[in-house]
Design a protein around this ligand. Sequence first.
Ligand SMILES: Nc1ncnc2c1ncn2[C@@H]1O[C@H](COP(=O)(O)OP(=O)(O)OP(=O)(O)O)[C@@H](O)[C@H]1O
Ligand SMILES: [Mg+2]
Length: 311
Amino acid sequence: MNETLIRIENLTAVYGHGARQVRALDNVTLDIHQGEIFGLLGPNGAGKTTLLSCVEGILQPEAGGVRIAGVEVTRQPQATKSHLGVQLQHTALLDDLTVAELVEVYAALYEVFLTPAEISAVLARFDLEDQAQKLSRRLSGGQKQRLALALAIANDPEIVLLDEPTSALDPRARRDVWAMIRTLHQEGRTIVLTTHAMEEAEALCGRVAIIDGGEIVACDTPARLIAGLDAYPVLKTACDVALAQAEGLPGVRMARYTGEYLELETSEPQATLAALQVLATTLGHSVGDVTLRQPNLEDVFLKLTGKALVA
Ligand SMILES: Nc1ncnc2c1ncn2[C@@H]1O[C@H](COP(=O)(O)OP(=O)(O)OP(=O)(O)O)[C@@H](O)[C@H]1O
Ligand SMILES: [Mg+2]
């Protein structure tokens, strides 16, 4: 299970020249294991797409390199490409081809030649069999996203690279795509996906690398990244209490106002809430709606980078 399938070593990638040069990746080292769902989590411009481009062999690194199954991508691009299925962030689908034709063409790019029955089988997996004869430009956003997944596995790859597979989908469509990604994983494929949604990384990924400004700032399982924070659950309420009083409540480790909400990090949520209710009553307020949330990857990102993950 822990065998390294993709080894990224001291990878540095730049765009442009001279004063306009952008260092998109700075000395990135990562091992991606056979059979895992690995997430690259980071904000816009972090370097996620650049990293995938180097794995795909589309972009030549400035320094360092990527090995897939022990083979250097820049030395043997054809051999390494044969392991991969790729969903680009902005897939420019050939508008005048039908859905079925696109599956055929994408597989053929990898020298895999599918029969009509095989094409139908690929489409059926993504609930697109009824769309087979439709032009891709006539698909809905959700259908296009599913087609992009179908195209990524048209060549039956061992490794599937997905660049923001659920961006711009509604919650229901997003869950459908998550289920499809899990199925690809259960078939034994190794999945690498990028996202800036921490709930997506938590829901899908066995391990997550947090990337910011072209650097990996942490890499581990979501649970270990969160546990490493030593953070407490957060009680959130609209109750109006002075911070000094809030800090004195039992269990409270830290109190802060975010917007109009009072947030209390607490080691004893029940006791804190009970005492807050008593305090609010003496002040003539009501506590109102209260939510309790566990620390999450968003908190990890904030702690490691000092910034919010999503602006
Ligand atoms: N073709 C390009 N030419 C010049 N700079 C680029 C190019 N592509 C990306 N960059 C720059 O490289 C950095 C990393 O970009 P990249 O596309 O890898 O980020 P990303 O993490 O995929 O972001 P997003 O979440 O917006 O897709 C950014 O500063 C970006 O502006
Ligand atoms: Mg990107």
